[in-house]
Design a binder for this molecule. Sequence first.
Ligand code: BDP
Length: 329
Amino acid sequence: MGATGKIIQAILFAAIVAGACILALGRDAPKRVLIATDDHAIDYPTTRGLVRIKEIVEKESGGRIKVLIRPSAQLGSEKETIELTQMGIIDINRVSCSPMVEFEPSFAVFSLPYIFRDYEHEWAVLDGAIGQGMLKKLAPRRLIGLAYYDSGARSFYNIKRPINHPDDLKGLKIRVQKNEVMIDLVETLGGAPDPIAFEEVYSALQTGRIDGAENNYPSYYTTSHFEVAKFYSLDGHTRIPEIVLFSQKTWDALPEADRGIIAAAAKASEAHQKALWLDMVKEAEAAITRAGCKINTPDKQPFIDKVKPLYEKYGAAHGALINRILETQ
Ligand code: BDP
């Protein structure tokens, strides 16, 4: 479905839902229905983070606010849903920080390879002044950044061979997210990047349009990409956080007290999502191993050396920010 189709679908959905609530609940109808979306299924850790937000908001508002969750990219690909959030058609949207680069260029820093040393470094940055400041940078884009979720580390997987060294990527067509840093990253390492929407990757692997992609264990597993692309190489090139967005348009129409309820609910959902995430990584790893996937752990240094030009390119616009991240303890 094209972008316009998705917009029409989303508007119709919102209208039908609002109407149904009023009819079903009569005088007790919620005063406001918020539409939340995620490109993962309802039981994935990020979507379960939204479920936690829904539970808190509905309880704390005494039922005045109802949150309806549309999972599995039902309202469009990430880029489309971000646009729908700017328009106020989607109210709450969990996306990767990767497609955010197109909306706020400084988000490029989160997609830089090996910018985060590990989990602790990543969360020190996200929870500290840098991460919180980045959330505020979205205001001119008509978006409010409410929270970050964990997405672990992304690594390459493909149908042909284990990647032990960047040279092994030569000639491989690798799907990337729609983000110029990711395109540059695969190109710099020697592969051929192909930006495709997340929902279309499985069929692109099946038809041979691509040889592989890159993602964390949970996404590799829940999308069933592991059934087609058996080689998963733990080069851990990026740790791109997930972000929970709220529509500025909707926000402006909310009373102060409701804004507070929503902001606090999103913040509270972070710890819940992060705990679910760690469990899911273990579950996915076990399932992938059971399925006979070939997992290898390459030496990261040749990858780190080869991606240095990206730091020069993106350092031109975001050098100070990059340094602040690298210096964070
Ligand atoms: C996953 C993110 C999902 C992205 C997907 C992708 O959770 O939101 O859309 O990667 O690669 O890790 O597009």
